[in-house]
Ligand binder design. Structure first.
Ligand code: FES
Length: 577
């Protein structure tokens, strides 16, 4: 766009000479602004997901001022618009229930106000895809500012990783190997700075995906939240969005099929979270790639080795180490042969340019291609009569002997039933048992909670068992690990084959060959299907009822059916009367 202020979207609010514009200008003046603030300047919305109840975003109160500084420096007018904060540790039953809510809020904030471009501030798990989905549907230029990982945790001379060490030491406590006092010390040492989880969980995966897609500044996603570079990145993002508005650099030019292929490659090379598969599909479809699905991800990712030696796929390091070792740019510099280097990024230049000068400074943290953490295909899509529309597993985080396994099912109808029984001493379970949880999917959970790392039965924990094949229609935290098969689709709640599993059935898993089989004859399954009674709906009113009416299955990205198509500016403009 030539720098003609009359072509700015906000000009319709502030530049006209009619009665409505009088109202807009006089009310801006009521807030202490003057013509110098808006005249001829792009209006930049800063969608801030800061909240007193989101520990991953506590620094956003300061960062938003730094984003504003950058916007001012570049000649824009920043306006902070708070949006729902999806706080992973506190929001129940699960933040996933509200991902689409935040996406809708983001889209409608941008649509209904006089906005020319947006800076999106997120990082805690679902905030990243939600903000990107909403802004993509609106179609205005945007920059995503990632929250950045928190610093490493510490306890008794050891490094602690978010989530992963919680599960690990909880099992140690259940087995009687650590004391209550030690457990409390771990509680105080595992999260010690602002920022999102610093393992390769969903947050680190999704912010890396944002950068790989080209909607964050190069290098942004790896910077620890507490590092002063993070402040400078925030200001630089503010400067860049103003230029993007003048360049009319809209998301449809950046979020191409090649950009999503790059994001899949990065997800795999990072040993990323299984949650990323759901979000990638949802984001890609919002960007107009309606056919993008699990098979695209599996095919594109099957040949990619895991290079990031970050827990839980890796055995030792955390995101702070990753940053010092060269960060995402360093990792991507090792994947140039399979990345689409011609994909455009928000810089206005292509990915190849964004990687100029990138280097790796520690080969143990970011492994070379000939010495990967995991050979290839860390995340695998399984299919079979138990999951006709697919299921997902993280092979790199499973005990090697369970990647191919056959065992007898121990099935639970609900998470409550599982919790009430899992530690019973008389539970009929062995290290070969396949634990099955039903009714934990998008409709069943509701919201597909992160229950998929089903707890190992107490009597097996005491016997030293640390992994077991576990199958569910739930998701699991990206910081979790183990032979967990997740996102089984269709889910049990809507009558998928998972609903038909009974304790004692034989189930076979073949990760390398992508197979998941319920070894029960078809005529018996048909009898069970006939007898199946649909569960009562969870909600009769409100957002929950809307969610239940419109939510799609995991293999379709769990978007609402009425939102998943590309919207874009053509249908985006409100009338101003
Ligand atoms: Fe916010 Fe993990 S709790 S990213």
């Amino acid at each position: 766009m030539e720098r003609d202020p009359k072509k700015l979207r906000s000009h319709r609010w502030f530049g006209a000479t009619d009665l409505r514009s009088f109202g807009h200008r006089s009310r801006a003046m009521q807030m202490g602004y003057d013509a110098v603030d808006w005249a001829g300047k792009p209006v930049i919305a800063i969608i801030n997901t800061w909240s007193d109840i989101n520990p991953c975003h506590t620094h956003f109160k300061q960062r938003v001022e730094e984003v504003k500084r950058g916007v001012f420096q570049a000649g824009g007018w920043p306006l902070e618009l708070p949006a729902m904060s999806l706080s992973e540790p506190f929001q129940k039953p699960t933040t996933m229930l509200y991902r689409n809510f935040l996406a809708m809020e983001t889209e409608e904030l941008l649509r209904s106000y006089p906005i020319d471009g947006a800076v999106l501030m997120g990082g805690c798990d679902k905030t990243t895809p939600a903000l990107i989905m909403g802004a993509t549907s609106m179609g205005l230029p945007f920059v995503f500012v990632p929250a950045g990982p928190m610093l490493r945790g510490h306890w008794a001379g050891q490094t602690l990783g978010s989530g992963s060490d919680t599960w690990k030491y909880w099992d140690e406590k259940r087995a009687g190997r650590i004391t209550e006092a030690q457990w409390q010390e771990i509680e105080a040492g595992i999260a010690r700075s602002p920022g999102h989880c610093m393992t390769m969980g969903t947050a680190s995966t999704m912010t890396a995906i944002a950068e790989a897609l080209g909607v964050s500044l190069p290098g942004a996603s790896s910077i620890p939240a507490a590092d002063s570079s993070h402040s400078r990145m925030a200001a630089a993002s503010g400067r860049r969005i103003v230029e993007m508005v003048w360049e009319d650099l809209r998301p449809e030019r950046i979020l191409t099929r090649k950009a999503f292929a790059n994001a899949v490659t990065v997800t795999m090379a990072m040993g990323g979270s299984t949650n990323a598969l759901v979000h990638l599909i949802a984001m890609a479809r919002r960007a107009g790639h309606a056919s993008f699905g699990l098979d695209d991800i599996d095919h594109a990712g099957a040949a990619v080795p895991v290079l990031a030696n970050i827990r839980p796929s890796g055995d030792r390091y955390l995101m702070e180490d990753f940053y010092y070792a060269g960060g995402l740019r360093g990792l991507m510099s090792r994947l140039k042969h399979i990345l689409h280097l011609d994909a455009l990024t928000l810089t206005g230049r292509n990915l190849g340019a964004a990687l100029e000068g990138a280097a790796v400074y520690d080969d143990d943290v970011i492994r070379p291609l000939d010495h990967p953490v995991y050979e290839r295909g860390a995340l695998a899509v399984l299919r079979g009569n138990l999951a006709p529309d697919g299921a997902v597993t993280k092979l790199s985080a499973a005990a090697p002997h369970l990647r191919r396994h056959s065992g007898t099912a121990l099935a639970f109808e609900s998470y409550a039933e599982l919790k009430a029984n899992i530690d019973r001493d008389d539970l009929d379970v062995t290290p070969d048992t396949v634990l099955v949880l039903k009714n934990a999917g998008p409709q069943g959970g509701p919201g597909m909670p992160e229950w998929g790392m089903l707890p190992i039965p107490g009597k097996l924990v005491k016997a030293g068992v640390r992994d077991l094949v576990r199958i569910s229609d739930a998701r699991m935290s990206g910081t979790s690990y183990g032979a967990c098969i997740l996102h089984v689709a269709p889910e049990a709640f809507v009558g998928g084959p998972l609903a038909l599993v009974r304790t004692g059935d034989r189930i076979s898993v073949d990760g390398p060959n992508r197979k998941l089989t319920l070894e029960v004859p078809e005529d018996e399954l048909a009898r069970r299907r006939q007898a199946w009674i649909p569960p009562e709906p969870h909600y009769q009113r409100g957002y929950g009822a809307l969610f239940a009416r419109h939510i799609r299955q995991a293999n379709d990205g769990c978007d609402f059916d009425l939102l998943e198509t590309q919207a874009g500016p053509a249908v985006a403009e409100p009338a101003i009367f």
